[in-house]
Design a binder for this molecule. Structure first.
Ligand code: OXD
Ligand code: MN
Length: 581
């Protein structure tokens, strides 16, 4: 027996009997093992070597063209009753789902190797961390999970010490979209994923475990598992405040997580703890303490440039896996937005010339260990996590929503989160650019009924004495000509500066019906071209348009029937009433 954990040993046997692999390999996460896997994949064509002079240790993976994004319509949460999953999830009866998945997995690994990957989400020594084991027939998944999680021997040791772990079973199957399902059994801490090798569908530690299953676990255990970045902002006095931020997929979370302050902020520094997921728990001091459960980035490549994210570019010239990017004539990775080079082959490996459409897939990605980031903070390894001073919600809204506002209270902040909306992006299959409600950026990731989730959020008010302040931002306002009104990227530091001054009670705010807004004079605009008129518009409240928005929010909350907490409904009515006064 490879492990002293009986439950794990029995489960691996049972899966092997069902899937019938040629071989079973227990991953230890070592360098040697990784090298062997890479050379295996170079042999099969699963990986293609990139230019080793300019990009040592970098490889390209081209996915099946029908398998390029998360598939929300094929993702299910299988709670005992439909209401526990809520209208925010696709639901399937757990018994029916198990039967269906069993049929799919039956003999699916014949001729393949079955990899058993023990992993830990969060620092190995952290009490906030949780472990899982993914069984997969994809060596690409193993190589990615090795960067995205603490994978291998130390995780197995922790599992053997603690006993419990999340079980994730994955097979790429035939990559047939008709036979593709991502299924969660939160009561059993189990995930079954079949028919996709891509990102969140296949790297089960990420969205499936660290968000869907963990959010469910967090509710019962009294903590929060959120789709949030975590950054530390250090001021010239050397004081660091930590911020967590929830933004829907492909709305600039990775860029914000690695922000480089503009010249007028000399002496300031932004430290990266995480770019996608945040687990938070109330500490003994009544503050919320956060860890990033991940150990790597699975970031969207297009748009990553010297202007938008120099830190990301700097970490991508070694030891990274690129998925579905284009390549240049000298075999360097390329994507839209990467300056100074021209691609010759698109993401499918076809010859490419200008005018042939995007060369990289819009949802092409890089996978890289977080420690390679120039702004990496060693606090990412702190077992106790970091204390959060502010939570920021944000979406991609071309109109209406101001650049920044602060909630009037925790409860109002929960309403701000619950009523978040954003234009959809290429991170998931489906139409792009449509505004949809995406509460706390968790629409695709909350493992239970949103009504219960908001109740859980509200419950923190009575439980923690020093809760973070809650803010809402919108970097994506457009003017009548369709141009962005705010420069974004590094310049977002100016908004963060205001947020931190609010947290320290160092600056006032305008009380409005929708929340507290900055006085334009309190935003530091030195060195940018945003005109006073544009700023006024970015900070204006259009009462009649907001009244409509509040009506829509009310209708949205109603979809969750009596699961919607009355306190949240009252808060929504209070804002609507204030707008009518
Ligand atoms: C991601 C996503 O990949 O949110 O992080 O889609
Ligand atoms: Mn994400």
């Amino acid at each position: 027996m490879v492990t002293s954990n009986r439950d794990l040993a029995n489960w691996v046997d049972e899966v092997a009997r069902l899937t019938r692999p040629d071989r079973v390999h227990w991953c230890d996460g070592s360098e040697d093992e990784n090298r062997e896997l890479i050379s295996l994949m170079l042999g099969t064509g699963d990986l293609i070597e990139l230019n080793q002079q300019t990009h040592p240790g970098c490889y390209l993976h081209r996915s099946d063209p029908s398998d390029v994004a998360r598939v929300e319509h094929l993702t299910f949460v299988c709670t005992q009753d439909r209401d526990s999953a809520g209208p925010n999830n696709n639901w399937m009866d757990p018994g029916e789902a198990r039967d269906k998945m069993k049929d799919l997995f039956s003999a699916c690994m014949e001729g393949r190797t079955m990899y058993v990957l023990p992993y830990c989400m969060g620092p190995i020594a952290s009490p906030l961390s949780r472990c899982g084991v993914e069984i997969t027939d994809s060596p690409y998944v193993v190589a990615n999970m090795r960067m995205m999680t603490r994978m291998g021997a130390p995780a197995l040791e922790r599992i053997e010490r603690e006993g419990g772990f999340v079980k994730g079973l994955h097979s790429t199957g035939e990559l047939d979209p008709e036979r593709r399902f991502i299924v969660h059994f939160p009561d059993d801490l189990e995930i079954h994923s079949y028919g996709s090798g891509y990102g969140g569908n296949a790297l089960l530690g990420k969205k499936c475990h660290a968000l869907r299953i963990a959010s469910y676990q967090a509710r019962t255990e009294g903590w929060l598992a959120e789709h949030m970045l975590i950054v530390g902002v250090e001021n010239p006095k050397g004081e660091t405040h930590y911020i967590a931020g929830a933004f829907p997929s492909a709305c600039g979370k990775t860029n914000l997580a690695m922000l480089i302050p503009p010249e007028s902020y000399s002496g300031w520094k932004v430290w990266t703890i995480g770019d996608d997921i945040c687990w938070m728990r109330i500490g003994d001091d009544g503050r919320l303490w956060a860890i990033n459960p991940e150990a790597g980035f699975f970031g969207v490549a297009p748009g990553t440039s010297a202007k938008t994210n120099p830190n990301a570019l700097a970490m991508l010239d070694r030891d990274a896996i690129f998925t579905n990017v284009a390549v240049t004539a000298d075999n360097q990775p390329w994507w839209e937005g990467k300056d100074g080079q021209v691609p010759v082959k698109n993401w499918k490996g076809e010859d490419w010339a200008p005018g042939n459409g995007p060369a990289a897939h819009p949802n092409s990605r890089f996978t890289v260990p977080i420690a390679q980031c120039p702004s990496y903070s060693e606090q990412a390894e702190a077992p106790g996590g970091v204390p959060i001073s502010a939570i920021i919600f944000g979406g991609r809204r071309a109109s209406l929503v101001p650049l920044v506002l602060e909630s009037k209270s925790w409860r109002h902040g929960v309403l701000l989160g619950a009523s978040m909306a954003s234009e959809t992006t290429a991170a998931a299959t489906g139409a792009v650019g449509q505004v949809r409600r995406d509460p706390m950026a968790m629409k695709p990731f909350c493992g239970y009924n949103f009504g219960d989730y908001w109740r859980h959020w509200l419950s923190f008010e009575g439980k923690a004495s020093q809760l973070p302040r809650i803010f809402h931002v919108n970097w994506f306002r457009k003017n009548d000509e369709g141009r962005f009104m705010w420069p974004g990227f590094g310049e977002n530091m100016r908004v963060i500066d205001w947020i931190l001054r609010r947290c320290n009670d160092a600056v006032g705010a305008r009380e409005t019906a929708i929340g507290r807004l900055p006085d334009p004079a309190d935003l530091n605009l030195s060195g940018i071209r945003t005109s006073p008129d544009a700023l006024e518009e970015l900070l204006a409240v259009d009462a009649s348009a907001w009244r409509k928005e509040l009506e829509e929010i009310g209708r949205y909350l109603d979809q969750f029937d009596d699961r919607t907490p009355p306190a949240l409904r009252r808060e929504q009515r209070a804002v609507a009433d204030a707008l009518s006064d």
